[in-house]
Design a binder for this molecule. Sequence first.
Ligand SMILES: [Zn+2]
Length: 140
Amino acid sequence: MNMADVLTKTQRSYNMSMIKGKNTKPEQLLKLLLKKHGLKGFRLHYEITGKPDIVFLKNKIAVFIDGCFWHKCHLHFTKPTSNRAFWLKKIDSNVRRDKIVNTELKYKSWKIIRIWEHELKNQKIIKKKVIDKIKKWLKK
Ligand SMILES: [Zn+2]
């Protein structure tokens, strides 16, 4: 199997899952998942730098869900077809801003978890990468 096959398969299942979950907002999916794993004490849309989707205030953990298009996901980002220069400039400035937000929050001793929108559609990946990480940090 070559890389092109893998990518096509990934994208195909991504597209399928997007159709299934199209009416569910990513932060709602994450909220459900956290509850399912017994994680409590988080808040949605807490007003700090970068407006993370979910924070665990006591433990200073900020969780961001980055949209595949707006934050240039390496798997699903496709160049816009119209007003290309305008959108690319906007998206690049999002990516730059993400880095600034990370630096600023780390400086204020926040722990940062960034999740791709597509990861929320794959429960296995999110469980491994996100739930375990949050659990580990909550224990500290
Ligand atoms: Zn993606």
